[in-house]
Write a protein that binds this ligand. Structure first.
Ligand SMILES: *Cc1c(COP(=O)(O)O)cnc(C)c1O
Length: 380
């Protein structure tokens, strides 16, 4: 038999990723604070949206800075041909520093020991010095910042680009701890005076959206690290209202692959966690936890089918999930057929935030958790 050249079959479950929505969100965020320069956070495959799509779109919109979490993600951007400024937000190991220099990636200095390792390396490195103002994940304690900066200032080849910190409660309803962190950061800056680096960055997307700190760093070159907000995602229900005006960039769509009537008293899926109380039209959809759809979707989450939101019933399987369309006899339920589109989240279905809430998590975890089996498809 002669092999036939044919395009690979498209998986039924796919993530549509909208360039227009991303552009809209970037413009909306830029309009909120013209004095802050956006840093497009594209870690974790652009929160699952596909860094190969998102990074070039952001560059085309004039975003001079991108941020990733790890050296490997920075290297992948370089491999893909991105030659702009990229800051790696995670803590480097000293043994990784030569790779930062070789790949021209900005490194974060997150401890006094790392300041020493950078200064002693003799490498040409651009660094962002992180202050731990209360997140207690990474960073230099406020009182140790001045000596670390002095050590770096004495190292030829090392450029300190920015001083920065990260807020623990940017998206909480109560802003008092974020204010306290900002006050600690400002005290560090004030004490440094002329020894302060040329730029600062504090806000992540939620802090920026809520303008927690806007106007506090007047007169300083300021960067804002924008992640979820760029993708139209709310990090927490508390910022939901403030997020209005941003559009979800991802729409996760699949197809109905099977429909049946489940008799009263019969159960659906593993473990028999759902039993039909009356004869029920049930659709089976392509997509499961191997695609990143959480098992925790059941019970509580819904999926959009032909404009209606219908509940997930029975355990989410590795490759499939089931939804209850309605009573057996219902004309609309009877009209749903294999091949019909079903929206897991996005336009025509529930929001990623609503699905996340049903799963006891946040939308970031859902989009970032989509696996390689889900193609990311660019749409306008
Ligand atoms: C992920 C991350 C961000 C982006 O946060 P969003 O809530 O997505 O805007 C900003 N800063 C740091 C240090 C991060 O790790």
């Amino acid at each position: 038999m002669t092999p036939v050249a044919a395009p690979a079959p498209e998986p039924l479950l796919r993530a549509e990723v909208s360039a227009g929505a991303l552009r809209h969100n970037l413009a909306a965020l830029r309009a909120r604070a013209s004095e802050a320069e956006p840093v497009g956070v594209v870690k974790a495959d652009a929160y699952g949206h596909g860094v190969g799509l998102v990074a070039p779109w952001l560059r085309a919109e004039g975003v001079a800075w991108l941020a990733v979490a790890t050296l490997a993600e920075g290297a992948a951007l370089r491999e893909a041909g991105d030659s702009g400024r990229v800051v790696v937000l995670g803590a480097p190991l000293p043994a990784q520093l030569p790779a930062y220099a070789r790949l021209d990636l900005d490194a974060c200095v997150t401890s006094p020991d790392l300041a020493e390792a950078v200064a002693a390396s003799g490498l040409p490195l651009r660094v962002h010095v992180k202050v731990d103002t209360g997140m207690h994940r990474l960073g230099i304690a406020p009182e140790a910042v001045a000596p670390a900066l002095a050590r770096l200032a004495g190292a030829p080849g090392v450029t300190v680009e920015a001083l920065w910190t990260h807020l623990a409660t940017a998206d909480a309803a109560d802003a008092s701890f974020a204010d306290e962190q900002l006050a600690r950061f400002e005290r560090v800056l004030d004490a440094l005076g002329d020894a302060a680096p040329p730029a600062v960055h504090v806000e992540n997307g939620p802090a920026f959206v809520r303008a927690l700190a806007s106007g506090r760093f007047v007169g300083r070159r300021s960067l804002a690290r924008l992640g979820g907000a760029l993708y139209g995602l709310a990090s927490d229900p508390a910022v939901g209202g403030a997020m209005r005006g941003l559009r979800p960039v991802m729409r996760l769509v699949t197809r109905v692959v099977h429909v049946q009537t489940v008799a009263a008293g019969e159960s659906v899926s593993y473990g028999r966690t759902w039993t039909a109380g009356a004869p029920t039209r049930v659709a089976t959809l392509s997509g499961g936890y191997a695609d990143g759809l959480p098992r925790a979707m059941q019970p509580g989450a819904e999926v959009g089918v032909a404009g209606r939101h219908v509940p997930v019933v029975g355990r989410v399987c590795m490759d499939m999930l089931m939804v209850a369309l309605g009573p057996a006899g219902d004309a609309w339920a009877a009209s749903v057929a294999p091949g019909d589109e079903a929206v897991v989240w996005g336009r025509g279905g529930p929001s990623a935030e609503a699905t996340a809430a049903a799963c006891g998590t946040i939308a970031y975890e859902l989009t970032a958790g989509l696996t390689a089996r889900v193609p990311r498809v660019a749409v306008p």
